[in-house]
Design a protein around this ligand. Sequence first.
Ligand SMILES: Nc1ncnc2c1ncn2[C@@H]1O[C@H](COP(=O)(O)OP(=O)(O)OP(=O)(O)O)[C@@H](O)[C@H]1O
Ligand SMILES: [Mg+2]
Length: 302
Amino acid sequence: MKLLVLSRKPTIYSTRRLREAARLEGHACLCVDPLRCVLYLENGRARVKIAGEEVAGVDAIIPRIGTYAVEYGLAVARHFEMMGVPVLNPSAAISIAKNKWECLQLLTENGIPVPPTVMMRFPSHLMDTVGDLGGPPVILKLLRGTQGAGVILAESNEAAESMMDTVWSLGEDIMVQKFIAEARGKDVRALVIGGEVVAAMRRVAKEGDFRSNIHRGGVGLRIELSQEMKDLAVRAASLVGLHVAGVDILESNRGPLVLEVNASPGFQGLEEATDRDIAVEMVQQAVKLAERRRLGPVSPAI
Ligand SMILES: Nc1ncnc2c1ncn2[C@@H]1O[C@H](COP(=O)(O)OP(=O)(O)OP(=O)(O)O)[C@@H](O)[C@H]1O
Ligand SMILES: [Mg+2]
């Protein structure tokens, strides 16, 4: 098979591992920066050129879309879909996962428990909101966060107000979330591939931080998930429409709460914590999609 990994940084761990895994499985694999893809809509059809060459004969795409130029990355993924190439994950699903609010709306609508969360756009609504969430501290989250960078703990009403004012003045949206203090800087990352949890770890924040992201110095420890947690992760991924998803779950006094669903989860921490070859599993999933595609149209469901 001929696989194409869309990634802005060919040297980062996950991208490098995907290329290695594809070769190990006997496939040709090219890694391309999505920004180098030139998209054509012409004479009623879509085509893509890379470095002046027409792209043809690709069996599946593995998009790794980070936070920079998300719209362009999604447009590229969508273009390949128009050309009939299966994309792991579908562009529509990535688009939902990239917007934390939209994702929480979808999960709530389908009965998945999430932390109490509020969105507003006027400073005058803030105090009331913080009160409704049980008072400070509260968590503030940019709708398009990344690796913990857009997640802030506001210790007081004043801190929340000044942070939100700054964000609003930049034209960004931000949501306020109840701080789940009992999670104590720990969460669970479950990796779902093809409707199954293939690996999971507990992430523990570094001293003094409440964010357990590995990129923020958190440490990952392998865990075996309960069936309830597995079902929750699989359902969350499938509702968003993702074949591959990193589902973040907080353990609260009310039970597990889904924090977010990541469409391009990094997997270095998970491979190190679990000894699983996640890259190979992702490649196999892409190949499965390509094989299904050859047999008939790709169904949006998993
Ligand atoms: N409501 C909350 N209560 C307690 N801790 C939280 C809460 N929300 C987030 N955290 C902590 O902060 C970390 C980062 O939050 P979250 O997963 O929502 O954003 P992110 O990882 O920055 O987003 P992205 O994966 O899109 O880059 C979580 O893994 C968790 O440890
Ligand atoms: Mg996260």
